[in-house]
Design a protein around this ligand. Structure first.
Ligand SMILES: NC(=O)C1=CN([C@@H]2O[C@H](COP(=O)(O)OP(=O)(O)OC[C@H]3O[C@@H](n4cnc5c(N)ncnc54)[C@H](OP(=O)(O)O)[C@@H]3O)[C@@H](O)[C@H]2O)C=CC1
Ligand SMILES: Cc1cn([C@H]2C[C@H](O)[C@@H](COP(=O)(O)OP(=O)(O)O[C@H]3O[C@@H](C)C(=O)[C@@H](O)[C@H]3O)O2)c(=O)[nH]c1=O
Length: 330
């Protein structure tokens, strides 16, 4: 698959985040109830764009219902909205679940986004797909966009097949964003950082793989970077992840410290002893030279992002928007 990348209007990158976008876009966010989609939807409004966001099973009052498997509903929504860009931070993201239910994994992560993308393309819209470090086998690690892929899991294979199929259908109307280990505030409160904080708050141990290495990525920063890329007319393949590569135990301990929780409750266990349903790439992690060359410094360090995570949990303007998912002091 081609890993080319281009930016139509690089000058836009000089725009400050707190200014409105120069050209307001009409956008649809399929998966607006998810962790990346939630921030994308919020930031689109903040930047002065006109956005519609969708949910599938977790209803939020500012979103509309859409099952991407319902082809007629997808077509009706896109025809009604006439978006300039369709973001697709959706799919079946439970990696072990994908291993058990291959048909669902391929339907949700390949076939449904492909249909939405075809409909978007017919209407002249651009499309943004979210892929993963799990397209790699985790042998060499520190992967650039050009590195050869070799997915180990059903989830990773379905995401890679989608990368290829979407590129064939959409050409330069497609932006494929690979991210990984997304954490931080989110409306459903289900990501790894919430699971960890909840366990530790209750004094329960948390078993973490000692030998899985990747790039923790702060959800709000991923969404912000992707939006700036889209505003600049970017297309092709790009990695959007946090700047540090580390193992899950170090990641978990940093979260525990940031939330004043007892890090001794975190137990390091090798993946081989965990019995996870799907194989994970062990030595993974993505390089962000491509992102840094066009927009440096967007992805905060883990410590800075965790500080922001705490601040967001305590921010009055976010309290009713974010799920009341944690009791921890913020
Ligand atoms: N989380 C991570 O660490 C990483 C994620 N990614 C990719 O990024 C994207 C976003 O991930 P993330 O934000 O974590 O995902 P989440 O699991 O938080 O959210 C998934 C979203 O997809 C929606 N969805 C699920 N099924 C359907 C359907 N049939 N029709 C329409 N919408 C549906 C969900 O709706 P609802 O919840 O309302 O049912 C939800 O809004 C995904 O494509 C994922 O593969 C890539 C790398 C890492
Ligand atoms: C999302 C989800 C996770 N889990 C479990 C799986 C896992 O053991 C644990 C932690 O989940 P994590 O998602 O952090 O772990 P994991 O599933 O390995 O994380 C991966 O997610 C996918 C989407 C990616 O693309 C990868 O980059 C990586 O972030 O929670 C569920 O039980 N249900 C769910 O809905």
């Amino acid at each position: 698959m081609s890993t080319q990348f281009s930016v139509a209007r690089p000058a836009v990158f000089s725009a400050q985040w707190d200014a409105k976008a120069e050209t307001p876009l009409r956008a649809v966010v399929v998966g607006g109830s998810g962790q990346i989609g939630g921030w994308l939807f919020r930031y689109l409004a903040e930047r002065g764009h006109q956005a519609v966001g969708t949910y599938s099973s977790q209803a939020f009052s500012d979103l509309i219902a859409l099952d991407a498997a319902d082809l007629d509903a997808v077509t009706a929504l896109l025809r009604a909205e006439r978006p300039d860009v369709v973001f697709y931070p959706a799919g079946f993201t439970w990696v072990d679940g994908c291993e058990r239910d291959k048909a669902r994994a391929y339907a949700a992560n390949l076939e449904q986004p492909l249909h939405v993308a075809r409909t978007a393309a017919d209407l002249g819209a651009r499309f943004v797909y979210f892929s993963t470090d799990y397209v790699f086998d985790g042998v060499k690690g520190r992967y650039s966009e050009d590195a050869p892929t070799n997915p180990l899991s059903v989830y990773g294979q379905a995401k890679y097949d989608a990368e290829v199929a979407l590129a064939e259908v959409l050409g330069d109307r497609l932006l494929t964003v690979r991210t990984c280990w997304v954490y931080g505030p989110e409306r459903q409160g289900k990501n790894f950082s919430y699971q960890l904080i909840r366990a530790l708050e209750q004094g329960k141990p948390m078993i973490c793989p000692s030998d899985q290495v990747s790039s923790p990525s702060y959800g709000p920063d991923v969404a912000r970077a992707v939006l700036l890329l889209v505003e600049a007319g970017a297309s092709g393949l790009i990695h959007v992840v946090g700047p540090e590569i580390m193992d899950r135990v170090r990641f978990a301990r940093a979260i525990a410290r940031a939330f004043d929780l007892d890090e001794s409750l975190i137990t390091a266990t090798p993946t081989a002893e965990l019995g996870q349903g799907a194989p994970r790439p062990l030595n993974a992690g993505l390089l962000i030279d491509r992102l840094e060359s066009c927009k440096p410094g967007l992805m905060r360090s883990l410590d800075a992002a965790l500080e922001d995570f705490r601040a967001k949990l305590g921010a009055p303007e976010l309290r009713s928007w974010l799920a009341p998912a944690l009791t921890t002091r913020s």
